[in-house]
Design a protein around this ligand. Sequence first.
Ligand code: PAF
Length: 287
Amino acid sequence: MKILRKVSEVADYVAEQRGRGASVGLVPTMGALHEGHLSLVERAVAENGVAIVSVFVNPTQFNNSEDLASYPRKEEEDFKMLAEAGTAAVFAPSVEEIYPDGTEGPSHKFELGKAAEVMEGLYRPGHFQGVAQIVSLLFRIVTPDRAYFGEKDFQQIAVIRNMIKSEGIDVEIVACPIKRASDGLALSSRNALLSKEQRAIAPEIHAALKDSVAYSLDHSVRATHDTVVERIDAIPGMKVEYFEIVDARTLESIEEWEESPWVVGCITVYCGKVRLIDNIAYRVPKE
Ligand code: PAF
């Protein structure tokens, strides 16, 4: 596996691969890798001539400096996992390499549509502008044919799709299913920050969501919302930041199940100081 630190090294590597006719798959990550990331990497390896994984903790998408400082970093372990998963090259640049002019955030305002204004967009001001900044840069540097993202960040995928449209970037976005631990907790780099006690209660997030799917069949959207929030908030040490039941196509909240054939519930919960996100489908369109 090649380890590339410079933008120019990536350009040379990609040109060489394209020269031999290989397609390029990109998996953008912030490192602290787990099985969820590896499922994206495995898919990128299977579907492309070469799979490139970026490992970069992007400072411009953090709206909280404490969160940025505490974000888990374990480069050596990450590289070992990536090599074993068949990654052709990892791009792990320094902050200065990516942002030679500083990390103030994008000078240009990305058009991300309404999908960026709700949920994470409301609770983490500037977050999606930072995500759009780094993802568009990575797309311009790596010029992938396909890019792989996990559905745990359901809203992020919608925002990135809007970003490539407004920026005119030609890449196929591949959304991959959430990977869970055997007790249901969605895999996330932030899980490494949970204490033993917090890790023991965190699976309640998925349990509450899962049970609410059956509940939703004979209850209103409002009642389904409330049952999830009440159950999680009743657990000492856990607090729901938001839970929105939305039309998965627009991310706008719905009031009646009939409003959309594709309905998803998106949740963010503080488990102590650790912010965990998850989602679940209530209704999916018939094929
Ligand atoms: O989902 C993430 O890990 C990040 O938001 C991403 C897409 C790698 C951009 O920094």
